[in-house]
Ligand binder design. Sequence first.
Ligand code: ADP
Ligand code: MG
Length: 403
Amino acid sequence: MTMTKAMLRDVPADQLRGRRVLLRADLNVPLEGERIIDETRIRETLPTLRLLREAGARVIVLSHLGRPKGKPDPRCTLKPLVNRLCTLLGGTVRFHPGLTEPEARAAVDSLQDGEVLVLENTRFHPGDEKNDPALADALAGMADLFVNDAFGAAHRAHASTTGVARSVQARGGRAVAGLLMEEELDYLGRVLHSPERPFVAILGGAKISGKIEVIRSLLPRVDRLLVGGAMANTCFRALGLETGASLVEEDRIDVARATLQEAGDRLVLPVDCVVADRIEDEPVTRIVPRDSVQPGDRILDIGTATRALFAKLIGEARTVFWNGPMGIFEHPPFHQGTVAVARSVADATERGALTVVGGGDSAAAAEAAGVTARLSHVSTGGGASLEFLAGDPLPGVEALSDR
Ligand code: ADP
Ligand code: MG
C-alpha cells in the first residue's frame, strides 16, 4: 500500500540537476544545551542529502526541533545541528534563521547547484502544527519537488509535512518519499503486512494506555506477543495477582483482562520479576515468581526465568518487532532484563530473522546494550512507528504523490 507512493529513488537525476528541492527532514535530536546527545536522526537522513547534492539539486531543508510552541525560542534553533551536519556531510551547509520571510526567499534564490540550505525550525511558525494552508503554500512556492524524509513526524498532519506536500502537487509538482522514509516504510511494512513466521512481537514500557491500539492490531498477526515492563503489571492485576507498590494503570485493568482473554496463549507474560522497595540508593533486589510479589514490592524488571523463556521464543522467530523496555532500564541494576532481550533479538538477526525495533526508549536501550548494529532496522520514529503498526495511515505518507 505505502509502496504505491512516489519515491525519490525513482526520480531521474536529470530532473534534480539545477532544480530547487524542498526536503523535510527529521533533525529533531535530543539536546543538552547545544550538545547533541544522540545524532542518529541526522546520520540517517544523510543518504537522501547526499543523493540530492550529488545530483546537483539546490536543496532547501526543513525540520522541527523540540517544542517551541509556535514562536522563536533560542533553545530550539537548528543552528547547532547545521554545524554538525556540515561535518557529517562534508562541504558547506548554509543556514538561514528564518522560514518564509523575504530574506529566506532571497537565501533560497541564491542557492547554487549542489548547495544545501537549512531554514530555521518550522515550529517557530505558529502555522506548522496547525497545518496552516498559507504556510504550506509559502513553503511549496520555494520548489517544485518536495521530498519527505521525516518519518518521525509522519504521524502528524502539519504544514511542513502534509500541507506542503499537497500544495506542491496542487501547483503541478511532485511530493516523494526520501530514502530514509522509504527504508522505514519498507521494514515496518514487512513486519505489518508480510512477516515470515513465526512472528514474535515484544512490547514493554511504562503504559498500556498508549499502546492498546498496537496490541489490538498486532494480536491477530503475531504468533507470540511477549509483554514486559510496567505494562505487564497491569496484566498481572487483571489475573488477580498481587503487584505491591508497582506501577499499574488501574483504569486499564479491564481492557487488559479482555485482551488476555482474546489472546489466549499467544500473549506471554513474565513468569518472574525483579522486585525492590526503591529504585535509587542501593536498592535490595529479589527475584520472585510472579505470584509471590509482596505488598511493599515494586516490580522493576523481568526475572531470570522470564529472560530465558523470552530468549527461547525469540530464538524461534523469523520476524521480531520490539517496542518498550522490559524494566526501568535507565536505573541499573534494573537494565538487565532489557539487555537480555536486546541480545536475544540481535542473536535472532544473526540466525536470519528480520528484526525491527521501534520507540525512542527502546532504540536508546538497544544502543546502551551495544546491539544496534546487529539489528535489521532501528526505527527513527517512536510515535510514528507505533501508529504505523497500529494500522493507522500516516498523514505524512498519505499526502505524497502516487507512484
Ligand atoms: P518507547 O519510548 O521505546 O516506546 P516507553 O516510552 O513506552 O518506550 O517506555 C519506556 C519507559 O518505561 C522507561 O522510562 C522505563 O523506565 C519504563 N518502565 C519499564 N518498565 C517499568 C516498570 N516495571 N515500572 C515502571 N516503569 C517502567
Ligand atoms: Mg518513550
